[in-house]
Design a protein around this ligand. Structure first.
Ligand code: PEP
Ligand code: MG
Length: 557
């Protein structure tokens, strides 16, 4: 018999396929017996090490360049004779197999950490190898996303950005997570890749290979679906498709107020595929996504080549590039400033750029060179601005590098509340509603267990957005949205009613937003914004807008 679960739909589309369960890392065996037969124990560990090395090498062979380097480094660590002999020494001393692996790796990790720099950065990879070997010794699947060989639906607690970035829509046809919220990186990357996804489903008991069906628009997950249920999902998808307008005209309300519909991108491949779609340009190029797996800072030449390709793909259309937003949820090995008590409130985004000015300046120089080479409509913005001095600092530096249009992201409530002053010396602003949400609600967006506080319909967040929009209006500067809320068709109407003039989102979400905008006048949007802000909870805000809007809104979800 089938069973149905609901979560939050974050990337539309339906799918039915066998489940692949992403195993969490497990620890050493508690109360493990001591090793009495050294030869047998050593052979068992050596076999696990070589299986892990072989598995990582096989995955490296099929991985994109950046991920390949990480996987190959892992394979090398698993084959390192020094590590194997360290484990043997502990087995000789009587330690059980999983404890010997754990302790030998920790000795190595301490040594790497004391060496600092490049070696210290390898510790995460080393511990990944440890977890894989221990899983093999305990007879359970290796942790992390396994290599997918056929169309599958991934079932996970949550996914790390680097894991999600490696997925392909050909083999990963759906994602279900028990935690995570609509602004989690799982949600962002799934939408970017056009993979239907449902998050915050709660605990699911699914065996590898069990049949699963999902509806990423409605937030529905069905385990062991019947044929009728799968057919019903397909029918819903067809209905949705036919409700979507086939216009590729620039975004506008019913009464003709232009609202630019832009794409969020993270790689050159994203740029090329988004450029082929009916979007008016790029509203957010997350440049740090280019470098998630990088061991060392990208060079000026490399960055210039990459940015030039992206600008060329969009011709005369605008491209808004965000300078490196490293730290907290987007750690970059080459920009790591060491552990922090509270990374989301720490040295991240522009704060990190102010410390590592070398990284920012190289990036600005590369962007200026790409601008010169293409004459594109390039606009540059900085992430995580808190106040006017920071905005001015960035604007001065970007203009000195030769960049023509400079803006900032408004994603810290302080900057939203003082938007008029913050924008005084800038050309534009873009609301990063994902971070604005986490900082308004004092809830870490990585904290899946608190995802109920991280819904972008939250009325308090709408109030902060409204303050930012009136500040931008008073300053006479355009303000757009590039957080996930811009791609939610109902919320897009509310944001337009609050005063934003552009919406940037995963390209797969554009057509639904274009459709609902064309069905509502600006006056309708202003009314819907007021209705949403009057409510007490995010659920009520969402429902009230669904009830008051044109019925096409329900059809495109
Ligand atoms: C945001 O915070 O809304 C945003 C667009 O940036 P990111 O999700 O990359 O932090
Ligand atoms: Mg952000």
């Amino acid at each position: 018999m089938s069973s149905r679960f609901t979560g939050i739909g974050v990337s539309q589309g339906v799918a039915a396929a066998p489940a692949v369960v992403v195993a969490p890392a497990i620890g050493v065996e508690v109360g493990e017996p001591k090793t009495t037969d050294f030869d047998a124990a050593s052979a068992q560990v050596h076999q696990a090490l070589s299986d892990v090395a072989a598995g990582l090498t096989a995955r490296a062979a099929q991985a994109p360049a950046d991920a390949k380097a990480v996987l190959e480094a892992g394979a090398m660590m698993a084959s390192d004779p020094g590590l194997a002999s360290g484990i043997d020494n502990l087995l000789q001393a009587g330690k059980g197999v999983t404890n010997a692996v754990h302790d030998a790796v920790e000795e190595y990790a301490a040594m790497f950490e004391s060496l600092g720099g490049y070696m210290a950065e390898r510790v995460t990879d080393l511990r990944d190898v440890r977890d894989r070997v221990i899983s093999r010794l305990r007879g359970v699947p290796e942790p992390g996303v396994p290599q997918l060989t056929q169309p599958s639906i991934l079932i996970a607690r949550d996914l790390a950005p680097a894991e999600t970035a490696m997925l392909s829509a050909d083999t990963c046809v759906g994602i279900v997570t028990s935690e995570g919220g609509p602004t989690s990186h799982t949600a962002i990357l799934a939408a970017q890749l056009g993979i239907p996804a449902v998050v915050q489903v709660g605990e699911l008991r699914v065996a590898n290979g069990a049949e699963v069906a999902i509806d990423g628009g409605a937030g529905l997950v069905i385990l062991d679906p019947t044929k009728e249920e799968v057919d019903a999902l397909k029918l819903r998808q067809q209905r949705r498709q036919s409700a979507l307008s086939d216009s590729d005209a620039p975004g506008a309300t019913k009464d003709g107020v232009p609202i630019a519909l832009l794409a969020n991108i993270g790689t050159v491949a994203d740029a090329e595929s988004a450029a082929a779609k009916a979007v008016e340009g790029v509203g957010l190029f997350r440049t740090e996504f280019l470098f998630l797996d990088r061991e060392s800072a990208p060079t000026l030449k490399e960055q210039t080549a990459t940015y030039t390709k992206v600008l060329e793909a969009f011709g005369p259309r605008r491209v808004i590039v965000r300078t490196l937003d490293a730290g907290a949820d987007k750690p970059l090995k080459f920009a790591d400033l060491g552990p922090e008590e509270n990374p989301a409130l720490g040295k991240r985004g522009l704060r990190l750029s102010m410390i590592r000015q070398d990284l920012l300046d190289t990036q600005l120089e590369a962007l200026a060179a790409a601008y010169k080479a293409t004459g594109a409509d390039l606009r540059v913005m900085a992430p995580m601005i808190a106040n006017k001095p920071e905005a001015d600092w960035f604007a001065e530096r970007a203009r000195a590098a030769g960049l023509p249009k400079v803006g900032v992201m408004i994603e810290i409530p302080a900057a939203a509340l003082r938007a008029e002053q913050v924008l005084a010396n800038l050309d534009f602003a873009s609301l990063g509603t994902n971070d604005l949400q986490q900082y308004t609600m004092a809830t870490d967006r990585m904290e899946g267990a608190l995802a109920r506080l991280l819904n972008y319909w939250e009325p308090a967040v709408l109030d902060v957005i409204a303050a930012a929009c009136s500040g931008a209006k008073a300053a006479g500067k355009p303000i757009g949205v590039c957080g996930e809320s811009g791609g939610d068709p109902g919320l897009a109407l509310v944001l337009v009613g609050l005063g934003v003039s552009s919406l940037s989102m995963a390209p797969a979400k554009v057509q639904a937003v274009r459709t609902v905008l064309a069905a509502h006048t600006m006056e309708d949007c202003v009314k819907l914004a007021a209705i949403a802000r009057k409510q007490e909870t995010w659920e009520e805000a969402r429902q009230a807008v669904l009830d008051a809007a044109d019925p096409v809104l329900k059809d495109v979800l």
